[in-house]
Design a protein around this ligand. Structure first.
Ligand code: HEM
Length: 411
């Protein structure tokens, strides 16, 4: 007997007018699309992910805040999802939504136990050393293209900064960092050999955690091992693997999106006299306008509930529309007025928000990457017209495919 295939989401009344969260049009003009969806559906809109998998996109600032502050109604464990039967084994969003035994998918007391340990371990990171390490990594990346007079600041620069810094911060020895970083990149590329690369990363991190039991150092792993939460080696390994992923992509996109802003907007002209003063403002403005994690999946309804005028069923997936929330006209009637403050939703909110210490770490790394670039390439300019720059095709992240530049005064 064959099992009946699930009804197409577009046949369900709630999803008949759902918006696909994909396609080049979506990427290039996502802010316009969010505004249109808000007009058509209000603060919570039905969307279709890759393969027509249905979900709700929470567009309203207050609604996002309510969802992430109500763990008893909106759980974090993706095993709650009611649409697993629609998801093929090679679904591109599986790495982000598929359940893993990390603190990110943990709920309640179990999440608190692991999150507190991580907060403390990250909070004790020496910011000065972190910044110095980020500068060193940035310098090495620039050395590789400084003599050529041109570069792609995404693939040759922004993508390469965060991971080696995070790897050293967690305690990966200098001699092993390059191999580990290469394997993590191969895992992200998701092509041939990605599974083997992931197995190697996992094993290296597990061995490192084991070794720190006998020889602790001034690093995040040793602090996690020493924490009164008495975390097991497996738990720490999982959380460190997650930390490397969580730290890499959004921080790289933050650097890339900020460089784009500084290269294309006269207010942030990248010159020796003006550029350096504006780095902090540019980073802040990007979190409002082009936040790296534009949509984050998410939360799963614990029971039937109404939200933003919508009937949400038990097990439905809610995607946090962080970019849309940042542009919600209810909290930001005049777009240009808000970019000086830090009330953006970009790091989310509530118990599962990006840990405060992680936000600081991201900022130190991003600031160092941009400062070093300004120092080393003071006359850097865009090598293509600004309107030809394209965004990577992801429904969740917002980052450029390439940022070609040219320069003459490299040293
Ligand atoms: C621009 C850079 C970054 C952005 C925009 C960002 C954004 C986010 C977002 C949106 C979440 C999900 C929040 C939720 O589910 O409500 C998150 C979670 C998390 N982020 Fe970040 N992040 C950044 C950098 C980092 C870095 C550098 C680290 C580590 C050093 C990090 C570690 C984490 C961790 C551990 C979580 C899971 C928290 C939990 O579930 O309790 N993030 N981040």
């Amino acid at each position: 007997m064959t099992t009946p295939s699930p009804a197409l989401p577009t046949q369900e009344p709630a999803f008949r007018h759902a918006t696909p969260l994909s396609g080049p049009g979506f990427q290039q003009t996502s802010a316009d699309l969010y505004a249109e969806m808000r007009r058509a559906h209000g603060p919570v809109a039905p969307v279709l992910l890759d393969g027509d998998v249905p979900a709700w996109l929470v567009l309203g600032y207050r609604e996002v805040q309510y969802v992430v502050s109500s763990p008893e109604v909106f759980g974090r464990d993706s095993r709650r999802w009611n649409a697993w039967d629609r998801v093929p084994p090679d679904w591109p969003l599986l790495p982000l939504i598929g359940h893993q035994p990390t603190m990110m998918f943990a709920e309640g007391a179990e999440h608190r136990r692991r999150a507190e340990a991580l907060d403390e371990a990250l909070g004790a990171v020496d910011q000065f050393e972190l910044g110095a390490r980020a500068q060193q990594v940035a310098d090495q990346l620039i050395d590789a293209f400084a003599g050529s007079g041109e570069a792609d600041l995404i693939t040759q620069y922004a993508d390469g900064v965060p991971l080696p810094v995070v790897a050293r911060m967690i305690g990966v020895p200098e001699a092993e960092t390059a191999d580990l970083v290469r394997d993590v990149y191969q895992t992200h590329a998701a092509g041939e050999g990605a599974n083997e690369a992931y197995a190697r990363v996992r094993e290296k991190v597990r061995r490192m955690v084991e070794s720190k039991k006998d020889t602790p150092g001034p690093d995040v792993t040793s602090r996690l091992l020493a924490h009164p939460a008495a975390l097991a080696v497996e738990e720490i390994t999982e959380d460190l693997l997650h930390l490397m992923n969580a730290g890499q992509l959004p921080t790289a996109y933050w650097i890339g999106n900020t460089l784009r802003l500084m290269l294309t907007d006269d207010r942030f002209a990248m010159t020796l006299s003006g550029g350096r003063r504006s780095v902090g403002q540019a980073l802040n403005e990007v979190l409002w306008e082009d936040t790296p994690t534009q949509n984050f999946p998410g939360r799963f309804a614990v029971h039937d509930v109404r939200l933003g005028g919508r009937q949400i069923r038990k097990g439905d997936l809610l995607i946090l529309g962080l970019a849309a929330a940042n542009h919600d006209p209810l909290v930001r009637p005049l777009p240009q007025t808000s970019s000086g403050n830090q009330a953006y939703m970009s790091f989310s909110y509530g118990d599962h928000r990006c840990p405060y210490a992680a936000q600081e770490i991201a900022k130190v790394i991003a600031e160092a990457a941009i400062e070093v670039l300004l120092d080393r390439l003071p006359d850097v300019v865009l090598a293509v017209p600004a309107d030809t720059l394209t965004w990577r095709p992801s429904p969740l992240f917002r980052g450029l495919s390439a940022l070609p530049v040219k320069f003459s005064l490299a040293w």
